[in-house]
Design a protein around this ligand. Structure first.
Ligand code: ADP
Ligand code: ADP
Ligand code: MG
Length: 499
């Protein structure tokens, strides 16, 4: 059973189906006809839209898994994937948790505790407070001994929430109170601590794997420096900044981190890499990562299959033990959001979707024509992944793929992603986590760009006037209408699929 929704469910189902394992999906009321439900061998209703009553409803999830005779539960990412209580419960019910030991989730769940474990393991962490004090007065006193700017962070943080940069000691108090409030609201835990703010870092993370047979490996790095509000939007591997020496040092640190918590399964060790080559542990994500496909592309490995094999007690396969990086891969996250409105998440109906295809192009998504994008869930619509012999080829393929991706009816960040891929510093591989602020401040979509409504209207116009009776353009069979369907931006696109 896959205890999640959307593209990650479709992704996991592919591997299950390949392996000949029956995949059970679960869904909330508004997701009854969602692609992840249609793709599954069996699917069961959990409850109403609110995550607490559906995708986070542990009782119901266990009930469905047992009633359907499932052997194991894959939690995907988000939702219950880093919930040790749920993982323990899954195991107590005699089901296999396709994830790390619950004790490792606990150890790495709080940033404060994780930092302590890393310090003991000799892994460098960002200089900062030890988390023993979380009261504003004490933190302010501790921060006063540090060099500003500093970063106030929520121990329970995730998804970029509960973080405040402070440049001036006079602002510390307000920022700390705001961070505590945000952390309390988002995570129910207002523990915060203070870290040195690294001014122009790269976000470099390592994919690790361990199997309970003594094998601890890493599958190289992913660079995730292109971020908006501390959230990744473009990822790639290899990182243009990582030399063989840095890779060796960071890879060794990542493996030491995994060993320190007796890890098993797939995990990610996130680091900040500074200009001078020094690097610092940020956090460990004890689950499959959103950006895992780029690692799959350059290693040729199926990370979900590896998770399932390791969870069922097998050792890591020899081809993974000997993995090498071949070529280059990029991922762009496509969100339902309005770039003209400060990237406000959007809800609405996807009227028409045509994902790009072609050599080296992979799209992980759970979209279909007529899909309702709801306010209840994460606005990520799809991930476009490209592979090339080298970085330039991966970039060229990504540019074409983004241009060809048709999503009508709802605003997306596709234009913004195109602008990133076209920018000279990105092409040069010159990035930090401030890339968007430095190179694309106040970016707005092209005024001339057609609104989604106008594009939808044009498509309908095409259908009615061209599609009715006309024998059509190249290759069009008589009576089937033109294969030339619609406009994307200002270009005619050809596709032959019937609406
Ligand atoms: P990552 O490094 O994999 O992006 P984060 O810790 O930043 O991990 O956040 C977890 C990821 O899970 C986010 O990218 C977010 O888009 C995704 N996510 C969080 N909640 C949900 C949800 N309810 N549905 C789908 N995806 C989610
Ligand atoms: P989350 O759990 O929200 O993913 P992380 O600790 O992984 O939090 O940090 C998310 C992002 O915030 C990083 O990728 C980086 O851009 C920024 N960040 C975090 N800590 C620091 C720091 N000490 N200095 C500079 N930037 C930081
Ligand atoms: Mg993180």
């Amino acid at each position: 059973m896959i205890a999640n929704r959307g593209e990650i469910v479709v992704r996991v189902l592919k591997t299950l189906q390949e392996m000949g394992i029956t995949g059970v999906a679960v869904y909330s009321e508004p997701d009854a006809k969602a692609p992840h439900v249609l793709a599954a061998d069996e699917a069961y209703l959990l409850g109403p839209a609110e995550a607490a009553q559906s995708y986070l409803n542990q009782d119901k999830l266990i009930e469905v898994a047992k009633a359907t005779g499932c052997d194991g539960i894959h939690p995907g990412y988000g939702f219950l994937s880093e919930n040790a209580t749920f993982a323990r419960r899954v195991e107590a019910e005699g089901l296999t948790w396709i994830g790390p030991p619950p004790s490792a989730i606990d150890s790495m769940g709080g940033k404060v505790g994780a930092r302590e474990i890393m310090i003991a393991a000799g892994v460098p962490v960002v200089p900062g407070t030890d988390g023993s004090e979380s009261e504003v007065d004490a933190l302010e006193a501790e921060a006063s001994t540090m060099k500003y700017p500093v970063l106030i962070k929520a121990s329970a943080g995730g998804g970029g929430k509960g973080m405040r940069v402070v440049h001036d000691p006079a602002d510390f108090r307000n920022a700390a109170e705001a961070a505590k409030g945000e952390a309390k609201k988002a995570f129910g835990d207002d523990t915060v601590y203070v870290e040195k703010y690294i001014e122009r870092p790269r976000h470099i993370e390592f994919q690790v794997f361990a199997d309970g047979h003594g094998n601890f490996i890493h599958l190289f790095e992913r660079e995730c420096s292109i971020q908006r509000r501390h959230q990744k939007i473009v990822e790639e591997t290899p990182s243009p900044a990582v030399t063989p020496e840095i890779r060796k040092a960071m890879g060794d640190a990542a493996i030491a981190a995994a060993k320190a918590v007796d890890y098993r399964g797939a995990g990610t060790i996130e680091f900040l890499l500074d200009d001078d080559g020094s690097f610092y542990f940020l956090e460990m994500n004890t689950r499959l990562q959103v950006e895992h496909p780029v690692t799959e592309e350059v290693t040729g490995l199926d990370l979900v299959r590896m998770q399932i094999e390791v969870a069922s007690g097998l050792p890591i396969a020899p081809e993974a033990l000997d993995a090498v990086q071949r070529g280059h891969s990029l991922e762009c996250r496509v969100y339902a959001e309005d770039p003209a409105m400060n990237f406000l998440p959007m809800s609405g109906t996807v009227i028409k979707v045509v994902p790009p295809t072609g050599p080296g192009v992979r799209v992980d998504h759970a979209l279909r024509d007529g899909l309702e994008v709801s306010v209840h869930y994460d606005p990520m619509l799809a991930k476009v992944i490209t592979y090339g012999r080298d970085r330039n080829e991966a970039i060229e393929r990504m540019r074409l793929a983004l241009r060809e991706f048709v999503v009508l009816g709802i605003r997306t960040n596709l234009g913004h992603l195109q602008a990133v891929l076209d920018s000279a510093p990105f092409v040069a591989g010159d990035m930090s986590t401030h890339f968007l602020d430095e190179h694309m401040p106040g970016w707005k979509p092209d005024e001339l760009e057609l609104t989604e409504e106008a594009r939808a209207g044009l498509m309908l116009h095409d259908l009615v006037t061209v599609g009715a009776g006309d024998a059509g353009g190249p290759g069009g069979a008589p009576g089937l209408g033109s294969p030339w369907r619609t406009l994307s931006g200002w270009r005619h696109l050809s596709w032959r699929e019937r609406v």
